[in-house]
Design a binder for this molecule. Structure first.
Ligand SMILES: Nc1ncnc2c1ncn2[C@@H]1O[C@H](COP(=O)(O)OP(=O)(O)OP(=O)(O)O)[C@@H](O)[C@H]1O
Ligand SMILES: [Mg+2]
Length: 269
């Protein structure tokens, strides 16, 4: 893991990962085929925060799962750190669309699951788990159980769990979709701080155009299924504070992406 300077996050010119002519077709139970991804290609540099926005069913989770090594492409390549990427890696942390916590384990033990699976030193992992729980604002909740936490808090446990192995690549699938607007704003700001502190490369999938613009150094816009990349936009904003949301510049990015999505077939949700 690299650490950023005081000037903010470090984005290197070295690619963290790259999709190259990626296709994914699923065979459905009735024997038919569903093309989820069609010729997807883009590269993301180390330390970059890229957001992916697109309508429901356009293949965002599929793309993220392939990058996480949890699924395979039908055609094309995925490179991770300059090498062909084939399976799950301890360098990758994943935050899923739902937090999927184990109800019989307390919060600390839930965060420790990935470290345990990889057989990492328990004392060191525990220290990291405590550190990340603090970072997501959950100090003092270590011995509570998932049912005792709000939805937003559970989602934050999912984020701490994704960070416990100090991933160099953090993949987030609509991590804030179930949260109310205020908690979502707070989590957006916390995520930007966390990014500065860890220097991780982040790919975050969202339905929300404003969220994609607020968080992303670049926004990848996908078309309705079969998912293709229709636009990759560099976001140049003076600061990532909530005030920026009310600026003309921010509004112009959002309406530009909305126009693109509407032209491609609309954004539901
Ligand atoms: N395991 C699977 N078997 C068959 N079809 C699948 C499978 N996983 C995804 N699909 C299909 O692939 C397409 C893309 O699904 P995916 O979950 O990637 O979409 P998404 O963009 O993440 O949608 P959402 O925004 O609703 O989460 C959908 O049509 C879906 O039905
Ligand atoms: Mg999805």
């Amino acid at each position: 893991m690299r650490f950023p300077t005081e000037d903010g996050p470090v984005v290197s010119s070295v690619p963290a990962f790259r999709f190259d002519h990626l296709h994914k077709t699923f065979r459905s139970k009735d024997g038919g085929e569903v093309t989820a991804l069609h010729d997807v290609g883009f590269a993301v540099r180390r330390g970059e925060f890229v957001t992916v926005v697109g309508p429901s069913g356009c293949g965002k989770s599929t793309l993220l799962r392939i990058l996480a090594g949890l699924d395979h492409a039908s055609r094309g390549h995925v490179e991770l750190g300059g090498r062909e990427h084939v399976g799950p890696s301890r360098d990758i942390g994943v935050v899923f669309q739902a937090p999927v916590l184990l109800p019989w384990r307390n919060i600390l033990d839930n965060v420790l699951v990935p470290a345990q699976i990889q057989g990492r030193d328990r004392a060191a992992a525990r220290e990291r788990a405590m550190h990340y729980l603090q970072l997501v604002g959950l100090s003092g909740f270590e011995t509570k159980y998932p049912s005792e936490l709000s939805g937003g808090m559970q989602q934050r446990v999912g984020i701490a769990r994704a960070l416990v192995n100090d991933p160099v690549l953090l993949l987030m699938d609509e991590p804030f979709g179930a949260l109310d607007a205020m908690t979502r704003e707070t989590m957006n700001l916390e995520l930007l701080k966390l990014r500065e502190r860890t220097g991780a490369t982040i790919m975050l999938v969202t339905h929300s155009i404003p969220e994609a613009v607020f968080l992303g150094d670049r926004v990848v816009v996908m078309s309705p299924r079969p998912g293709r990349v229709t636009q990759v936009i560099d976001v140049d904003l003076p600061a990532r504070t909530l005030d920026v949301i009310n600026t003309e510049r921010f509004g112009a990015y959002v309406s530009g992406i909305r126009r693109n999505l509407n032209a491609a077939g609309g954004l539901d949700g």
